[in-house]
Design a protein around this ligand. Structure first.
Ligand code: ATP
Ligand code: MG
Ligand code: ZN
Length: 154
């Protein structure tokens, strides 16, 4: 850690390369970390801010991860719990790409169906889950196979 103390304040260094996931719904940062598979074994720097004041939202969370990229599946998972999130790719300390997550119309293999007898949860030859987005704010998903609804994600 080479963070400097200035005026008694801990200054968090900008990252050279990585991602900053901004405008996450307040309180959802831990779930974003889970989606990214970041746990105690992760070695690069991770900065998390929760419930910080924002001009665009009342309060938000932010997650910054050094030396990490995101794939489409991870971005789709983030869109389910943080539909307003912005993903910023940072290279050489600069934002080189900015993308607002977008909840797709259909989520394929992203969310597990909570219905234990759903065909997508069969132990033998399970079918890949498909959820249709019934509503975006709040997010309501419906399983294409058993019609079970999920509405507590966001
Ligand atoms: N080098 C860096 N290291 C860590 N985080 C960074 C770095 N550069 C930018 N960020 C973060 O990336 C996000 C977007 O930065 P940007 O400069 O585009 O801010 P902004 O103009 O407020 O963007 P927005 O309109 O998306 O809020 C912010 O969360 C910012 O803190
Ligand atoms: Mg901003
Ligand atoms: Zn189902």
């Amino acid at each position: 850690m080479d963070d400097k103390k200035e005026n008694g304040k801990l200054k968090i260094r900008n990252i050279k390369n990585g991602i900053s996931i901004d405008h996450i719904a307040a309180g959802r940062a831990p779930e974003v970390l889970k989606i990214l598979g970041i746990d105690g074994g992760f070695r690069d720097s991770v900065t998390i801010a929760m419930n910080v004041k924002s001009s665009k939202m009342r309060e938000k969370d932010i997650v910054k991860v050094e030396n990490r990229d995101l794939d489409v599946s991870e971005i789709n998972k983030i869109s389910v719990i943080a539909p307003q999130a912005t993903i910023n790719w940072i290279q050489d300390y600069q934002v080189v790409r900015k993308e607002k997550v977008k909840l797709p119309d259909e989520l394929v293999g992203i969310v597990e169906c909570p219905n234990p007898s759903c065909i997508t949860n069969k132990e033998r030859e399970p079918v890949k889950s498909i959820f249709l987005v019934k509503n975006t704010s709040p997010v309501v998903l419906v399983c294409k196979y058993c019609e079970r609804e999920i509405d507590s994600l966001y």
